[in-house]
Design a protein around this ligand. Structure first.
Ligand code: ARG
Length: 466
């Protein structure tokens, strides 16, 4: 479709309208309509300030505010006709405002440009998204803390290289994810504090000769203060890149837990029974229950990391100030916001619902000579061997246990003594999985008492920060 008339907003210089392809590549309304609420809020704050500063008449300001609220209602009720002819959300709203209130609508854009307008809209949107992620992370952390509390004593194998290494408590394992999520939370808060500045009033790029009050509009829109440099104000997208960097890291963390849930829920592991709510059956194999939610959470970094690389690439090498390239900043950010919210909600639900199979975990915790390090430590502590020699002695004990196909704790004392005469019956006290985890009381270690005090620490700290 080729429009015959030239564009209403900037058409003064142009003889004929943009060709269909131009309209298609130029229009952003299909995705930036998501910013309608922010656009209306920004315009209302701007108009109120213009009235206050005597730049436009109070009656015009009132008509503008009323018209903008009518538009908000029309959009909310699905009655607004978004049009590509008006390019983007800013001009769609302004064109409709002109229809509704007539010439007064033309005064709204005094001392403003679409460049600072889109900058403030997008900032408001990303700022709100940081807040939503923070709430999501807090719910996720709360679910993990509850699971950790229920399983402070539950033993499972700890892995390195996905090979059984040493026994750990499941509560401690949950708390590892609490640490990650809490760092993600602090990245959110840190970035949100840094971006809490209002670009509105930078105008096209150089500021304006009108006596505007940027502190007033900044406060009105809930920002801490106005941005300090007009050129930077219209060309900065760091805050969106920081959102995506935070989102990539958070989604990566969630994908690691998701992968563990996939592994734990296999019949071969059998550590967790997934709730029906977060799994699906197979259309052909009746016995199957697939961890689909976990797999999808595991996959989300694909698009979120993609969004980060995409926006970094769009911004790289752009000269100051605004270039139309920057219109390509939105779609992937919106997608990342939605993807991370979903991944967080699904992870929280899975953690809340998962039923740990405590006996299977305990059985697995004893496999693979997981207490071999405890035997070596005992030889150091009780028999005075240097650690390297103790390591060697333990290695021979493991080899014999393998040969007899028993666990270390089932090796008869005479067999152990034949390896090293300094071993006595007290050694059996450290060869059980329970004794092993109880002994690991070093700060940050896996002992059940540590788990309980770490849970108390996090609950107090989160209550304090809230
Ligand atoms: N739709 C544009 C964007 O998303 C709004 C700013 C347009 N400014 C301009 N000078 N063309 O970036």
């Amino acid at each position: 479709m080729t429009t015959k008339s030239s564009n209403e907003m900037w058409g003064g210089r142009f003889a004929s309208g943009p060709a269909a392809i131009m309209e298609e590549i130029n229009a952003s309304i299909d995705f930036d309509k998501r910013l309608y609420g922010e656009d209306i809020d920004g315009s209302k704050a701007h108009a109120a300030m213009l009235v206050e500063r005597g730049i436009i008449a109070a009656e015009d300001g009132a008509r503008i505010a009323e018209g903008l609220e009518t538009i908000r209602t029309e959009i909310l009720e699905g009655r607004f006709a978004f049009s590509r002819r008006h390019e983007d959300i800013h001009m769609n709203v302004e064109a409709r405002l002109a229809e509704l209130i007539g010439p007064a609508a033309g005064r709204l854009h005094t001392a403003r440009s679409r460049n600072d307008q889109v900058a403030v809209d997008f900032r408001l949107h990303v700022k709100a998204a940081f807040g939503q992620v923070e709430a999501g992370l807090l719910a996720f952390i709360a679910a993990l803390l509850d699971k950790a509390e229920a399983h402070a004593e539950t033993v499972m194998p700890g892995f390195t290289h996905l090979q059984v290494a040493q026994p750990v408590t499941f509560g401690h394992h949950c708390l590892a994810y609490v640490e990650m999520a809490a760092r993600d939370l602090s990245r959110c808060r840190d970035a949100r504090t840094r971006m809490d500045e209002c670009p509105l009033g930078a105008a096209a790029l150089a500021g304006t000769g009108f006596p505007i009050d940027r502190h007033r509009t900044a406060a009105d829109l809930g920002f801490r203060e106005p941005t300090r440099n007009s050129l930077d104000s219209v060309s900065d997208r760091d805050y969106a890149i920081e959102f995506l960097a935070m989102a990539s890291i958070a989604a990566m963390h969630l994908s690691r837990l998701a992968e563990e849930i996939v592994i734990w829920s296999t019949p071969q592991f059998g550590f967790v029974k997934l709730s029906d709510a977060f799994s699906t059956g197979s259309s052909i194999m009746p016995q199957k229950k697939n961890p689909d939610a976990a797999e999808l959470v595991r996959a989300k970094p694909g698009r979120i990391n993609g969004a980060l690389v995409s926006l970094l690439t769009v911004m790289k090498g752009l000269p100051l100030t605004y270039s139309k390239d920057m219109q390509e900043d939105k779609e992937q950010v919106f997608d990342a916001i939605d993807s991370l919210a979903l991944a967080l909600a699904a992870s929280t639900g899975m953690v809340r619902d998962m039923e740990m199979q405590v006996e299977a975990m305990a059985r697995a915790a004893g496999h693979g000579f997981s207490t071999a390090t405890d035997l070596a430590d005992w030889l150091v502590r009780e028999a005075g061997l240097p650690f390297r020699e103790a390591h060697h002695v333990t290695g021979r004990a493991v080899a014999l246990a393998e040969e007899y196909q028993v666990g270390l704790e089932a090796l008869p004392l005479d067999v152990l003594k034949s390896i090293d005469a300094r071993i006595d019956e007290r050694v059996y006290a450290v060869l059980s999985v329970e004794a092993s985890v109880r002994s690991r009381r070093s700060f940050g270690g896996t002992a059940p008492d540590n788990v309980r005090s770490q849970i108390a620490y996090w609950r107090a700290r989160l209550a304090e920060d809230a």
